[in-house]
Design a protein around this ligand. Sequence first.
Ligand code: PRX
Length: 632
Amino acid sequence: MDFQIKSFDDYKAKYKASVDDPEGFWADIAGHYKWQKKWDKTLEWEFKTPSVKWFQGGKMNITENCLDRHLETRGNKLALIWEPNDPKERFIRYTYRELHEKVCKFANVLKAKGVEKGDRVALYMPMVPELTVAVLACARIGAVHSVVFAGFSAGALADRINDSSCKVVITSDGSYRGTKEIPVKGVVNEALKSCDSVEAVLVVERTQWSVQMKEGRDFWLHDELEKVDANCPPEPMDAEDMLFILYTSGSTGKPKGVVHTCGGYMVYAGYSFANVFQPNESDVYWCTADIGWITGHTYIVYGPLLNGTTTMMFEGVPTYPSPGRFWQVCDKHGVNQFYTAPTAIRALMAAGEDHVLSYGLYDLKVLGTVGEPINVEAWEWYHIHVGKERCPVVDTWWQTETGGIMISGLGNHSPMRASYAGYPLPGIQPVLLDQEGNEIEENEKEGYLAMKFPWPGILRTTYGDHERCKNTYFAHYDDYYFTGDGAKRDKDGMYRIIGRVDDVINVSGHRFGTAEIEDAINSRDELVAESAVVGYPHEIKGQGIYAYVITKQKPDNPDKLRAEIIETIVKQIGRIAKPDKIQFVSGLPKTRSGKIMRRILRKVAEGDTSNLGDTSTLLDPDVVEEIKEGAL
Ligand code: PRX
């Protein structure tokens, strides 16, 4: 793509142009894509309601841009490489032509099952090639995909299916992750007991386990593929039609369905990928995320394919069969751009250098991180031992809601500094706000990170509840999109992300609302009176989960009760939300108006009780002493 930035001077010029004339800037970038009909209006927006519309009147299909557009020049180039969990199993590779055919056939299966434009389809799948194919097949026919990370529980899956009344579910018989064997179809069967909207389930065969199939509802994908042909023209979509829903946690209530639309998301995914990772035509790019999260959507599937890049997906985990697996896979496939999470880097760092030093990693050109702040030590380890001090590390800050990377290095075309995400991409206008919502103009200051102008990848709504979208992101500060993060700007204007300023915990790069976990704990209401959950610094995961629980009676067997609480959370949310520590308490520090003083709980969880502030005004100051004494 010739919208790739080529130097830091080029960056500065483009950044200026994007602020002087945002519509002209984005129209120029959008012009690089294939539109069935050009848009009439580049942008219409206001952040009050909010209402943001990009490229109105334009008609397109993102899969035509990811696949068909490349067939003439890149038909025989690899589009997808799949590396299995077990290194002894054979990997799978599809060319652009093969991927195109697979997507068309899968799309025809969906049509045969009655899926129409606008219908919602839930994907609950392991990292197998069919997941990428299924995502694109939905987009091909204008169905809205809702990918649910396959680590979520049956209850969490059912909530998500019901929230958007999905008509079809796509899943697999089972899955392999490291040494674990996961009964994926069993979870779906359990979830579907409470989902009336689902008419059909398509099951990918991965493990060949015998699973329960419901007659008339459940179908093996391979049987259905035999009945269809490979001709499936891309459905013409309005730029502002929904492309997908992705559920994410916030500080209140249940997870919400973040909605992205076809045209703007496409433009932003392709543009940000090309600039941050700077791929060349022959490069192999690997993002280790799961497609169940936004990183996998934008930077395994859409971003790379929009640029005609070879993208790799990995079924396994970083430590199986050894903590050298990532590096072995990089050497095996000649990976050029490698994108992972700080939590994985910290875990591999803890396993010792020998694992990484056993591999050459000669092909690596750009290293990326995402999901949480990266500490200087992990950044340096990554830069020195993985990148051999010759690869730039791009620390990419963004969110499910932003659709794509917002603040980041751009390959080796911008300055980098350990633990700093860096500068905003051209087209992105971040600001730091103070408590009152005034913009902080000076550098060397901290504030709340917000955006003052829309970009094409911004979320449009939260599914079925626009008011919630407004209240969560646009009501804190008038005329700004509020990120929920705090940030610092250094003397040169580079941004450093400090972390969430709301009640969201970021565990290994995965977001949980404290309220969501508290609700699960409190649902054991025969035993639990109340609970409060906070995050605390964790060496590997970034943040750990610390739960303070008031029981109705003093527990006779605290370990048993802990296990029961954990089991409830695993059932309602999933294994990934398990607290690291559960402390039983007789009360919580509350103000006289009944508000829990989380600041005190956070300090105790951090092991820092030296300065808890004035606790004398609390409803029950004695409880703080008890909590301090019982801290884990
Ligand atoms: O707190 C920020 C953190 O992750 C949050 C977004 O989480 P999610 O929507 O799950 O998306 C994760 C992948 C894009 C942000 O509000 N975060 C993300 N990237 C970074 C980060 N914190 C610091 N540095 C980053 N590079």
